[in-house]
Design a protein around this ligand. Sequence first.
Ligand SMILES: C[S@@+](CC[C@H](N)C(=O)[O-])C[C@H]1O[C@@H](n2cnc3c(N)ncnc32)[C@H](O)[C@@H]1O
Length: 232
Amino acid sequence: MEKTEFWSDYAPKRREPTHPVVESFVTGKLNFLSSRISGLEGRSILDVGCGNGRFTYHFPTKNKVGIDFSVEMIKRARQLVRDVPFIVGNGYKLPFRDRSFNVVFAGCYLHNLGDPLQALSEMARVAREYVILVEPNPFAIPIMLFNLFSGEERRNTVFRFTMKYYRDIFSKAGLEMYGTTRGFITPNRTPVWFQPILTYLERLAFITWFGCYFVIIGEKRSSNLYQGISQG
Ligand SMILES: C[S@@+](CC[C@H](N)C(=O)[O-])C[C@H]1O[C@@H](n2cnc3c(N)ncnc32)[C@H](O)[C@@H]1O
């Protein structure tokens, strides 16, 4: 999954940022993040592995940039999301100075990489305050079924991406971490008719423990702003 051709072929098949299922998937995660990080609207955000701009589009700030190594994905993002700079570039070597963005975000990105720690460390380098990930929970039932029936390469690698694994690499990258699981909507596969039911269930806090996605907030230990991420 580290080949740009794979993602370029995939670009036209992905649902758009304003598709109702995608919108519900993304805003559920962003509402949760806004409840944890005050003033997200005023912060600059870099979206790494931004794809067609699904998250980028919904970030509640004007100060946002998307980057992806697939030319086709970036072309799609530029068509779908106006007034946002989208750049072709590699997540292992981000073309930005240290501490360039308040928040460095990646959605459904890290588990596709051969060296997630290196990519995460690079995100931490260009972040001033937070590194945030949304990643599939490999043991949530719908995600597990998808992984089991996908190709062997994926099956052999994807189950290592547990919360424990993220805790370990966040610590190595110098980030204080808070993680939870949220949501039942899978953005590409959930049928439109099923979305309102899943969105309703997503609001019931106790069920979110079994959520399909990890939402992980890393705070830079070296940040002067470091307060400790609120737990609970
Ligand atoms: C599953 S898609 C997620 C896209 C988007 N974040 C979303 O949630 O819809 C993974 C994206 O990561 C990009 N990607 C994979 N490896 C990358 C790398 N080394 N550098 C930059 N982008 C990469 C792919 O091109 C693809 O667009």
